[in-house]
Ligand binder design. Structure first.
Ligand code: UDP
Length: 377
């Protein structure tokens, strides 16, 4: 049997979470020879996921440097992935999402005329500066890839509107596969989520507002407004804010300065993935500017207030599981208070249908990749 040799390239925590189901599914197929290349664009957060997913990368470019500008990061990623592709023969490269790693991975493959599959294709905000630089990263991958795994019909249509119709497949989002697999593992092995135990002990009978924020577009004024909103929400005695903080100084320094030590704001280090899923399960409301969290929370019936002006995931808003509140104190506080004080508003959001997938996306993606190889031979 001629095996298809595939290089899967990723560099950040969300890419690792969304790709581990694909890595595992492809690796189980006898006709595939799968190699992984991590760029380690986010070293610490990435390694947590690799450990849990049991992935030992075949190549580790270890590209992270403090205060590295986008020019230098992009140049180093491109030459790094390029040198791996020059070292061995590959039939296909797989990238995910909209990071600098994904964009440069696709470009390095294109320069060598190696076909590229793009997981989570077709997300668009329509504004190249929101999110920046992700909107342009993902747009640049579209004309290069020959297989586009769109999580939803809306994403597939966005690609068609850009003139890309061949190779577009609606697969659902692999984040739901990762979520299901991880929940099943936690059920068998509760210790996996034990980083949450100290938090759980401090919650009591208060309702949990789970907060994450890390988006560059919110650095500066947006982060100040978010911090003020958290402070206001935490004035309520029936609420505890659980806030795993992204290590970026654009987040940590503002929160240190504006929130200090407050009894009902539990600011903690980023949680490992199973513990974060545990935190999502405990949450009453989720307040986030994260992409992945917007997709996970509805699958667990948790209303999401999105602290952004726009989202490339309108499906959540359309389905009624998510609402945009911007990075503005008044709107954030009003959104949270409404959900805390109006049970019918809460139920409407928490019962809405999760539009992001059924947990079988990785199997669909693997089958399509296998078929594409057969057709091209
Ligand atoms: N996540 C995690 N630990 C945390 C916060 C988030 O494992 O403390 C996970 C979360 O489950 C989701 C992913 O990280 O799958 C989202 O990553 P992030 O918000 O950094 O990036 P985005 O999804 O916005 O690209």
């Amino acid at each position: 049997m001629i095996k298809q040799r595939i290089l899967i390239v990723f560099g950040t925590r969300p890419e690792a979470i969304k790709l581990f189901p694909v890595v595992q599914t492809l690796a189980d197929m006898p006709e595939m020879e799968v190699r992984t290349c991590v760029t380690a664009q986010h070293r610490g957060l990435l390694d947590q996921v690799l450990d849990i997913a049991g992935i030992v990368p075949d190549h580790d470019l270890d590209i992270m440097e403090p205060n590295q500008g986008l020019d230098r990061l992009t140049a180093r990623l491109l030459t790094g992935v390029g040198s791996i592709l020059d070292g061995e023969q590959y039939d296909r490269v797989i990238v995910q999402g909209d990071t600098a790693t994904a964009m440069t991975g696709a470009l390095a493959a294109y320069y060598r005329k190696i076909p590229v599959a793009h997981v989570e294709a077709g997300l668009r905000s329509g504004d190249i500066y929101h999110p920046w630089p992700e909107e342009v990263n993902r747009r640049m991958i579209a004309p290069i890839a020959d297989l586009h795994f769109a999580p939803t019909e809306i994403a597939a249509n966005a690609l068609r509107n850009e003139g890309i119709s061949r190779g577009v497949h609606v697969t659902g989002n692999t984040v739901i596969d990762a979520l299901h697999a991880t929940m099943a593992r936690i059920a068998e092995q509760p210790d996996l989520a034990s980083a949450l135990d100290p938090v759980r002990a401090r919650i009591g009978d208060r309702r949990v507002v789970l907060v994450t924020t890390h988006r560059r577009e919110n650095f500066g004024d947006g982060m100040n407004q978010i911090a003020t909103a958290i402070g206001r929400i935490a004035e309520r005695e029936d609420v505890v804010v659980v806030f795993p903080m992204h290590p970026n100084p654009g987040v940590v320094s503002v929160m240190d300065r504006m929130l200090g030590d407050r009894g009902n704001v539990l600011r903690i280090d980023p949680l490992d993935y199973p513990s974060f899923i545990g935190a999502l399960s405990l949450a009453h409301i989720v307040l986030t500017d994260s992409g992945g969290v917007q997709e996970e929370a509805p699958a667990l019936g948790k209303p999401v207030l999105v602290m952004r002006e726009t989202t490339e995931r309108p499906e959540g808003v359309i389905a009624g599981t998510a609402r945009l509140v911007g990075a503005q104190t008044e709107q954030i506080v009003a959104g949270v208070n409404e959900l805390l004080d109006r049970p019918e508003a809460y139920l409407t959001m928490s019962r809405a249908h999760n539009p992001f997938g059924d947990g079988k996306s990785a199997a669909r993606i693997a089958d399509i990749i296998a078929d594409a190889a057969v057709t091209s031979h």
